[in-house]
Design a protein around this ligand. Sequence first.
Ligand code: 5GP
Length: 195
Amino acid sequence: MTYLEERIRKDGVICPGNVLKIDSFLNQQIDPQVMKEVAGDFYRHFKDRGISKILTIEASGIAPAIMLAAELNVPMVFAKKAKPSTMEGQDHYSKDIYSYTKKTWSQVVVSKDYLKKEDSVLIIDDFLANGEASMGLVDLVSQAGAQVAGIGICVEKSFQPGRQRLEEAGLEVYSIVRIAGIDWEKQEIYFKEGH
Ligand code: 5GP
């Protein structure tokens, strides 16, 4: 059992709608030791891929992404969920992304200064469900003419179609924890082997 699975078993709260709440160590309060272990795991898997940049989406992808960026010694960029007034005209890439937990669309933006065609980009996120967030980030990388080196996910809900969508698009997904199913009534989480 990995440290992350152990922590989910101990502190994870199952919410309606196949949502797993891990606010006590990742989604609101952040446990830096867990983030260090997550980053170490991603590092061992992706270290020889020539990654030049890490891309994630605010807010919950930032913690694992920055810890990994420090290990790989590359910059970390996060896509913003609302276009700030400092981003004008054509100086950014944008994509509309549907949020699984908020059930709303947001226009997600990244400045053209921080994604370049020579970049080999590793995408990192906290959860993978239907793949909307990850596919949206892949689209931003393509707009820049850059390459996606892979996708690293902290918690994959394997009973939802995100992984399959990404793999069908020819992308490698590496997840630290995979969840085969969630039973809200029994308050049970079923884990799946492999990454
Ligand atoms: P997707 O875009 O793959 O459908 O969903 C992934 C995004 O939705 C993640 O960035 C994450 O913020 C959120 N998300 C999806 N499922 C869960 C979940 O079970 N728990 C939490 N806390 N966030 C989730």
